[in-house]
Design a protein around this ligand. Structure first.
Ligand code: ZN
Length: 161
């Protein structure tokens, strides 16, 4: 079966930066599973998956616009240290989450820690980066009606059995 909308795809991946550093990989663990056509993986990778079959192996370079987006300088902001949750000792690289006025939770990393303020970056860590994937397709099958209803994969690599 070929990858098409409403198929469940299980695949192994290695993600490298442009300098060849391995950023993430599924080897040694379960393959990643997703339902094709639901925007569950980055757009550039989903597009490259269409028509693939089990056993296919390929490499693809995905630009930021088709990956985790461009870096947004407006997503960098300062917070008074006094506004940090009690008990938190801020450190560069620390990841925190906050609730926006509309109730949405957003995550950010601390990129600078000063005496009275900290600087936070809410960009995805891979925003602005090319994503260099090596993909091997493990399994392609039709999604069940229950999976389509829930919007996620069941079974190995999925949300639940
Ligand atoms: Zn479910």
């Amino acid at each position: 079966m070929k990858v098409a909308n409403e198929t469940v795809v299980r695949f192994h991946y290695t993600l490298r930066s442009d300098s060849g550093e391995v950023l993430d990989a599924s080897e040694g663990g379960e393959p990643l599973a997703y339902i094709h056509g639901f925007g569950q993986i980055v757009p550039g990778l989903e597009a490259a998956m269409a028509g693939r079959e089990p056993g296919d192996r390929f490499e693809i370079k995905i630009p930021p616009a088709q990956g985790y987006g461009e870096r947004d300088e407006d997503a960098i902001f300062r917070i008074p240290r006094a506004k940090l949750p009690p008990g938190v000792t801020p450190k560069v690289g620390m990841e925190l989450a906050a609730r926006a006025p509309d109730g949405a939770v957003f995550r950010f990393r601390l990129i600078e820690v000063g005496d009275t303020t900290v600087t936070a970056d809410a960009n995805h860590p891979l925003a602005g980066e090319n994503l260099n994937f090596t993909i091997s397709v493990v399994e392609v099958r039709a999604a069940t009606s229950e999976e389509l209803e829930h919007g996620h994969v069941h079974g190995p690599g999925g949300a639940h059995d």
